[in-house]
Design a protein. Structure first.
Length: 222
């Protein structure tokens, strides 16, 4: 597992875990590492919601599909970040979402029970893991609240601007790269791609936005 040490040290689940403890801890948790090809599913809707996943390499998307087959992107998860923890901790029996790799990726899977229940060796790091997991779930709830604020906007332009402003604040600059292509952004915002592209074109003509593919820059009008 040492080849993943640099990524695992950035993972919020392992905050305050000493580097020398990490290897023993991963063995105690009975972690599994999987290589996932681009577009391959890690979890499908309806699968058991038992595992917490960590992206070691690449990126994954969490998606939901409605009755009519329309896809909605819930979130994109990058290296060192977690997925599936909210459902596993909530005791949900089946995954209400699907998780796919957006590029060739490697993920670590941990059965959530291994984190929440103290093992027979009473390893001291379990308490730290539970505290870290609680903090992660709380931050994810804040993220979902922010997304709900976006989706509550009435027009495509309002949703787009709300998202871009959130990203600018999150990244701390007015020029930034988002983790979506045009179709992915439309799926995340829950809007039609053509309508969104039309609004982007209008905003560029108005001089309030510059963009190229996934790069955006918000321009303050004087």
């Amino acid at each position: 597992m040492k080849i993943y040490d640099s990524i695992l040290k950035t993972c919020p689940l392992f905050v305050h875990i000493e580097a020398e403890e990490l290897e023993n801890m991963l063995q105690c948790l009975n972690t599994k590492v999987r290589k996932i090809s681009k577009n391959q599913a890690i979890f499908m809707e309806g699968d058991p919601a038992d595992f917490v996943g960590i992206v070691l390499k690449g990126a994954v998307q969490i998606t939901r599909q409605d009755y009519y087959g329309n896809r909605s992107i819930v979130a994109t998860v990058g290296e060192g970040e977690l997925f599936g923890e909210t459902f596993a901790c909530a005791g949900v029996e089946k995954m209400p979402v699907s998780v796919h790799a957006t590029v060739d990726s490697e993920v670590m899977l941990i059965n959530c029970k291994k984190i929440l229940k103290t093992c027979r060796n009473a390893c001291p790091f379990h308490r730290i893991l539970v505290e870290n997991l609680l903090s992660i779930v709380a931050r994810k709830n804040l993220y979902l609240n922010q997304k709900m604020e976006i989706l509550a906007k009435r027009s495509t332009k309002e949703k787009l601007m709300a998202y871009l402003l959130q990203e600018a604040r999150r990244q701390g600059k007015d020029a930034f790269v988002i983790p979506y292509d045009r179709q992915g952004l439309a799926d995340y915002l829950g809007v039609e791609r053509s309508a969104m592209s039309a609004e982007i074109s209008k905003m560029r003509k108005e001089g309030i936005l510059e963009c190229h593919r996934s790069y955006f820059r918000l321009i303050e009008k004087h």
